[in-house]
Design a protein around this ligand. Structure first.
Ligand code: AMP
Ligand code: GLY
Length: 421
């Protein structure tokens, strides 16, 4: 099979690696890819938003299946475009991708489907938003409705902060993404990331992960795209998983089908699990997580390619096999991340043990052959082992050994899991 993975981050490296590992006779292409995907796939230098270029490449290379990594091209209708030209695509059409691209759309779907989520209201007008904030209890969460590169959420401990956040967003601080904002109640509990592969009606759940959104150890500092993750998560019992399927995924998929916009691809639910063990949706994403994919896929030992194919074709989903191993990934971020990223530092990659997987994200290799930092999240180093502690140690030791100027990383990935043991 010829598979084209669209994207060029750590998530896409993990996708290419997993697909290649699973079926040695498949040919994997990645657009645009990165130096890491270049090790397990053939990189094609086409931007993720270049629909003409990607559509052309799918035909030139005789692609059987396109797997779309990032949300932006999905929200812009890449899957619609490719499907219209006869391609099989793993990834939702633009209408279903609204689940991520418009938080107010997602709230609407959840309300119609009876899915548990924080109570919220949507505003485009500052005075109405302010009046709402004044009449609600602290803390509050203010969110840009549109795609804001993971930055459009402000958790506010006071009404004053919430009003400031609302003013900034509606005033254009996040551009078009903040034209509409949501003000919502603050949920307490522990977060997990659950990803379902779905053909629009049925679903299978990938191994569950926990992300670490804050930049600094001890969950301090600014929110980021994710500084590390691990899988499995002790909190995610079989019983919780069954509730998530029944209370979150099935009603959401049914509601999308009812609206004639079935979701084919990876549906990601960011969940808050409260003290009673009930799941609440914080957000939906229309794609795999990053860095969650870098711990979910190393635990899948078979069936991934078939599952992607079936989901893309609207066919019955096969089972996937999952190992009992633990995977822990530590992200190495560039100097200045997440605000003012400095590019260009030289990366030294030492020989690492076999239980460490090196996933490239924002790296680039110059004509001189030197590997350099090319963006915020540079590499994700995944330790895989039979015990949590061994996987955690393998990831952390690798993170210490890879060198570049200004490297930032957390040594405490998995701290909640450690505390549970
Ligand atoms: P999001 O981009 O929607 O995932 O939000 C980023 C982060 O903000 C989440 O991972 C949570 O840690 C936090 N967050 C978002 N919404 C809420 C909420 N309603 N209650 C508590 N924390 C939230
Ligand atoms: N790591 C969170 C996300 O992919 O949205």
């Amino acid at each position: 099979m010829r598979i084209l993975v669209v994207g060029g981050g750590g998530r896409e490296h993990a996708l290419c690696w997993a697909l290649q590992r699973e079926s040695a006779d498949s040919t994997i292409y990645c657009a645009p890819g990165n130096p890491g995907t270049g090790l397990c796939a053939t990189n094609i230098p086409i931007a993720i938003t270049d629909q003409d270029g990607l559509s052309q490449a799918a035909s030139t290379y005789g692609i059987d299946l396109v797997v779309v990594g990032p949300e932006e091209p999905l929200a812009l209708g890449l899957a619609d475009r490719l499907r219209a030209s006869g391609c099989r695509v793993f990834g939702p059409n633009a209408a279903a991708a609204q689940l991520e691209a418009s938080k107010s759309f997602a709230k609407d779907v959840m309300a119609a489907a009876g899915v548990p989520t924080a109570a919220s209201s949507t505003f485009t007008d500052l005075s109405k938003a302010t009046a709402f904030i004044e009449s609600h209890a602290e803390p509050l969460v203010v969110k840009a409705s549109g795609l804001a590169m993971g930055k459009g959420v402000v958790v506010c401990s006071t009404r004053k902060e919430a009003t400031q956040a609302a003013r900034a967003m509606l005033g254009g601080a996040y551009g078009e993404a903040g034209r509409a904002i949501l003000v919502e109640e603050f949920l307490m509990g522990e977060e997990i990331s659950v990803v379902a592969i779905t053909n629009g009606s049925d679903l299978i759940i990938l191994p569950i992960a926990q992300d670490h959104k804050r930049l600094l150890e001890g969950d301090g500092g600014p929110n980021t795209g994710g500084m590390g993750a691990y899988s499995p998560v002790g909190l995610a019992s079989r019983a919780l998983l069954e509730r998530v399927i029944k209370e979150v995924f099935q009603p959401t998929l049914l509601e999308l089908e009812r609206r004639r916009t079935p979701f084919r691809g990876a549906l990601y639910a960011g969940l808050m699990v409260d003290r009673q063990g009930a799941p609440w949706v914080i957000e939906f994403n229309c794609r795999f997580g990053d860095p969650e994919t870098q711990v979910m896929l190393p635990r899948v030992s078979g069936g991934l390619t078939d599952a992607f194919w079936a989901a893309a074709s609207g066919e019955e989903l096969p089972a996937i096999s999952v190992t009992r191993d633990t995977a822990v990934t530590t992200v190495l971020a560039a100097k200045g991340y997440p605000d003012q990223v400095e590019r260009g530092a030289t990366i030294t990659l030492p020989d690492l043990p076999e239980d460490v997987l090196v996933f490239h994200a924002a790296t680039t290799r110059g004509r001189d052959g030197v590997l350099r930092v090319n963006g915020g999240r540079v590499l994700a180093l995944t330790g895989v082992a039979t015990t949590f502690h061994a996987a955690q140690a393998a990831s952390r030791v690798a993170a210490e050994r890879v060198q570049f100027d200004g490297k930032q990383f957390r040594r405490d990935i998995g701290w909640r899991e450690s505390a549970r043991r």
